[in-house]
Design a protein around this ligand. Structure first.
Ligand code: FFO
Ligand code: GTP
Ligand code: MG
Length: 436
């Protein structure tokens, strides 16, 4: 994969559509426009041209044409765009024509954005923000992704890194000036005060898990004895006929997931097999999957039907007890909510309750970190600072304290991709679609 190739891709969806966008980036972009549209329009001005085969001159389609010269463009290189009518055959003909031009090839997944990153147009945290915008399913996810694309995480980590580098500079200065390897007392006080300040800020960012929860969605598992009404409730919450419902106990065996938008917050509702001892091997497998999902869930709704006294809830981090078939049983004091999913009774109350749970676990979208990758890097930066501090207070070797501080800065640098993160890059960019 050469980075001085000119790359092209269909950047719009693959299905039947009104317009198809073909994106081109690299040094041949200008020559491609010249050869296929007979000229190069003024920068960033849309013009309509006949798109032609560069060899035969045969008209292929009508196109809205854009010329976006680097280094100001999205990728930081010369870029062109062809917005064509483009049905299946037309798209194929245009891609074939582009492939026939020297030094031009189809782009890999995420390659436009990879070039934007390599050309310094965005840092790694912003690239992740862009990926999150593409995948955002709810309003709160969209807002969080936009803040990250705008540089909220990148700016925060840059500030922390600069503070850590100031600590390092002070340590190195005292290394130069002391023969004993001791830091002058007033300088030591200053260094410790700075370390404490940075640690507190990083600690606060680490304590907030709501960004990761918002990005991934809150998992709510429906669990209960067979026939409790789990699948009926799933269908009611999803407002779709997703899961099979029947009066036969043991209907559901597979785990069924539905992505819901509760007041802008992403919630994944998970229907599971009714929990009971069963001789049926397939049902047993369903029950063990149900238990596993309940254990990992952010929240378990434990469904109790009118005759469900004998059953015990599975181990869970957080559990709400829901009385089901409210049309068949009176209000139960031992339940948090009552619903009759079949009639819709109590559903608004349950949904309001779920929204409140989701809001309290995902907060106001004020979290700075949104991925485990950020948590791990910040965690390592924090630990290195703890060790550096202990070294200073315990009068350990200054060189070692300085080395820990250096380590801390490097760990922070991984978040924006300042320091080498090759493996992260490959994984991240391949998660993009072709054309991004
Ligand atoms: N058609 C189309 N829409 C798109 C993109 C694209 O590449 N093509 N984008 C990408 O995925 C996003 C927009 N990102 C872009 C970022 C910078 C420039 C650009 O050429 N910037 C120049 C000129 C800015 C100006 O006109 O003022 C610059 O910064 O100098 C273009 C798109 C979303 N929408
Ligand atoms: N009267 C009444 N019946 C309900 C209600 N909800 C579910 N049922 C009935 O209860 C039976 C079992 O419902 P399901 O939703 O399949 O129960 P489940 O918990 O998914 O059962 P398994 O998948 O076997 O574990 C079906 O006949 C439903 O029609 C309700 O609110 N009221
Ligand atoms: Mg079921």
């Amino acid at each position: 994969m050469r980075s001085d190739d000119t790359i092209f891709a269909i950047a719009s969806g693959q299905g039947r559509a009104a317009v198809c966008l073909i994106r081109i980036s690299g040094p041949e972009s200008r020559a491609i426009l010249q050869a296929m549209t007979g000229g190069v329009p003024a920068a960033r001005r849309a013009v309509v041209r006949t798109l032609r085969d560069p060899v035969s001159g045969e008209p292929l389609d009508q196109a809205l044409v854009l010329w976006m010269p680097g280094p100001g463009s999205f990728t930081g290189e010369d870029q062109a765009e062809l917005h064509i009518h483009g049905g299946l055959a037309t798209r194929a003909a245009v891609l074939r024509a582009l492939s026939s031009i020297a030094n031009c090839r189809p782009a890999e997944a995420g390659e436009f954005t990879r070039r934007a990153f390599l050309n310094g147009r965005m840092d790694l945290s912003q690239v992740e923000g862009l990926a999150d915008i593409i995948d955002a399913e709810t309003e709160a996810q969209r807002r969080q992704a936009m803040l990250q694309l705008g540089g909220r995480l990148g700016n925060a980590t840059e500030e922390w890194r600069e503070s850590i580098l100031r600590v390092l500079a002070l340590l190195e200065a005292s290394l130069d000036f002391s023969d004993e390897g001791d830091v002058p007392e007033d300088l030591e006080v200053e260094i410790l005060r700075m370390i404490d300040g940075i640690q507190e800020e990083i600690g606060r960012a680490l304590a907030n898990r709501s960004g990761e929860r918002l990005r991934e969605g809150l998992t709510v598992v429906l669990a209960g004895p067979p026939n409790a009404g789990k699948s009926t409730l799933l269908n009611a919450l999803a407002r779709r006929d997703v899961a099979i419902v029947s009066p036969i106990a043991g209907t559901t065996r597979d785990v069924i997931e539905v992505h819901c938008d509760l007041g802008g917050l992403p919630v994944i509702i998970v229907d599971t097999a009714g929990l009971r001892e069963s001789a049926d091997l397939i049902e047993q497998e369903g029950v063990s999957r149900a238990r596993a999902r309940a254990q990992d869930a952010d929240l378990v709704l434990w469904l109790v039907p009118p005759d469900g006294e004998g059953s015990a809830p599975p181990p869970a981090r957080r559990l709400l007890k829901v009385g089901t078939k409210a049309d068949l049983q009176p209000f139960r004091q031992d339940c948090d909510v009552m619903v009759a999913a079949a009639t819709g009774e109590g559903l608004p109350e349950l949904i309001a309750r779920l929204e409140a749970e989701a809001a309290s676990l995902m907060g106001q979208g004020d979290a700075v970190i949104t991925r485990e990758r950020h948590r791990k890097a910040l965690g390592r930066a924090h630990e290195a600072l703890v060790r550096a501090r202990a070294m200073l207070v315990g009068r350990g070797p200054l060189e070692l304290a300085a080395e820990e501080v250096r380590l801390s800065a490097r760990a922070i640098g991984e978040i924006t991709g300042r320091v080498d993160v090759e493996d992260v890059l490959d994984r991240l960019f391949s998660s993009f679609c072709i054309g991004k």
